[in-house]
Design a protein around this ligand. Structure first.
Ligand SMILES: Cc1cc2nc3c(=O)[nH]c(=O)nc-3n(C[C@H](O)[C@H](O)[C@H](O)COP(=O)(O)OP(=O)(O)OC[C@H]3O[C@@H](n4cnc5c(N)ncnc54)[C@H](O)[C@@H]3O)c2cc1C
Length: 396
């Protein structure tokens, strides 16, 4: 007996940020949409995002907030479906939200609000979501594609790959999208973990482990790019927003530069204090500027006990460099296990920037994180998922 084939017009793989947005938009145009996902729940990453409050977009979005081998590719989608469009949808659903530092928008209550909104909209347009569906093969059959899965065979004219990147395998991340892209002859830029904590070299780890839990605003830089946000010392290494941001630009073996006192001219502060209160101990002055534990981990105890009057000009410069020009060579990153995103992915040059359609195979689309477009921390990755999903939803 031949298998029954479930016919639809649009098949979307991945029931999360980009896939659900695409389903909503295609559904609004009256297209028959089925979304398949191997997870037992839709939108797992949405639910865990932003510490459970989903940083769903940012007030200030531009192509400069994204990393890609083709930095222009994301411009079209981001300008056609903007943060204001997504905010309007959030407002329509009366979801309370607030703005945090650097324009980040978060739900007041829970990330569930965003997922419920997307699922509600899918329901309105009758887009069907099938969970617990494992895809065995993807083949072509005129006029489209046939997918052999654990819940049956599906055929559709348009196939949209919205299966995300490799970060957090526990949350059902898989290399499915890259494999489909390769199957259809696409080039994949090598993938690596982005927005991820650093591990440290053994000697730094031993020295800095006692600082676990300390967070200080810092300026972190590498290769001419810098981020001024908090860094967090952890028992494994370094984390916090500034570290996550720079991790997306870091190359193994390179050092990063950290200014632990970005708003303080430390040489002038020490020199001024030296002329006013020559007997002040160095440790007393530094402990007013930075957590005591941090100060003791960075400077020799004998030096810290010295009164400022005993410090030469060159010694003051050295002390300032220790805190303001800290060069640290990470041992590596924590990898996909804890990364928020995956860098690299499907080569943008082989996709239409307007529709996300493959230039290699008609009817095949790639949206969201599987594409070689990676946003900064701050709601940029979701905005890319919404914008790319929206664009594809207009044409499939
Ligand atoms: C801990 C964490 C917090 C984050 N917080 C934020 C934040 O606050 N703001 C922000 O902008 N970004 C955040 N991100 C990044 C953001 O979640 C992603 O960039 C975004 O979810 C990507 O959307 P997507 O639709 O492309 O992929 P995903 O959301 O990853 O969805 C992919 C879907 O495809 C399914 N899938 C995968 N493989 C298969 C397969 N083989 N068969 C069937 N289905 C499959 C998955 O189950 C999943 O449902 C965070 C990420 C993490 C890990």
């Amino acid at each position: 007996m031949r298998d029954i084939i479930i016919q639809t017009e649009v098949l979307i793989i991945g029931a999360s940020a980009s896939g659900l947005m695409c389903a909503i938009e295609a559904g609004k145009r009256g297209r028959k949409v089925i979304v398949l996902d191997h997870a037992n729940k839709a939108g797992k990453k949405i639910l865990m995002s932003g510490g459970g409050r989903c940083n769903f977009t940012n007030m200030d979005i531009s192509a400069d907030n994204y990393i890609s081998h083709n930095p222009h590719f994301c411009k079209s989608a981001l300008s056609r479906y903007t943060q204001w469009d997504f905010i309007a949808m959030v407002d329509e659903h009366h979801i309370p939200y607030h703005e945090r530092d650097l324009g980040k928008l978060f739900c007041d209550d829970t990330a569930k609000d965003i997922l419920s909104m997307l699922l509600d909209e899918c329901h309105k347009v009758k887009a069907e979501i099938k969970l617990d569906t494992h895809i065995n093969t993807v083949t072509t059959q005129e006029p489209g594609f046939v997918l052999d899965t654990s819940t049956g065979k599906y055929q559709a004219e348009s196939l949209v790959i919205a299966s995300g990147g490799l970060s957090i395998p526990k949350m059902c991340a898989s290399p499915f999208g890259y494999k489909v892209a390769e199957q259809f002859g696409h080039h994949i830029w090598p993938t690596s973990a982005g927005l991820v904590p650093f591990t440290l070299q053994p000697e730094d780890k031993q020295r800095l482990e006692p600082l676990s839990g300390i967070s200080v605003e810092s300026n972190v830089s590498t290769q001419g790019i810098s981020f001024k946000e908090n860094i967090l010392f952890t028992h494994r290494g370094l984390s916090g927003p500034a570290i996550l941001q720079i991790s997306s630009y870091w190359k193994p073996g390179e050092a990063i530069t950290i200014d632990l006192l970005p708003d303080t001219e430390l040489v002038s502060v020490i020199t001024e204090c030296q002329s006013r209160n020559a007997n002040t101990l160095l440790k007393t002055l530094l402990s007013e500027l930075l957590p005591k534990r941090l100060v003791t981990a960075f400077l020799d105890p004998d030096l810290l006990e010295k009164p400022l009057q005993e410090l030469s000009k060159s010694r003051i410069q050295q002390i300032a460099d220790t805190f303001k020009n800290w060069q640290v060579k990470p041992g590596g990153t924590e990898g996909c296990r804890t990364a928020e995103v995956t860098l690299g992915g499907v080569d943008c040059d082989e996709l239409s920037s307007k529709t996300m359609e493959s230039k290699k195979h008609k009817g095949l689309y790639f949206i969201g994180e599987v594409v070689d477009v990676t946003g900064w921390l701050g709601g940029y990755n979701f905005q890319w998922a919404w914008s790319s999903g929206w664009c594809t939803g207009q044409v499939v």
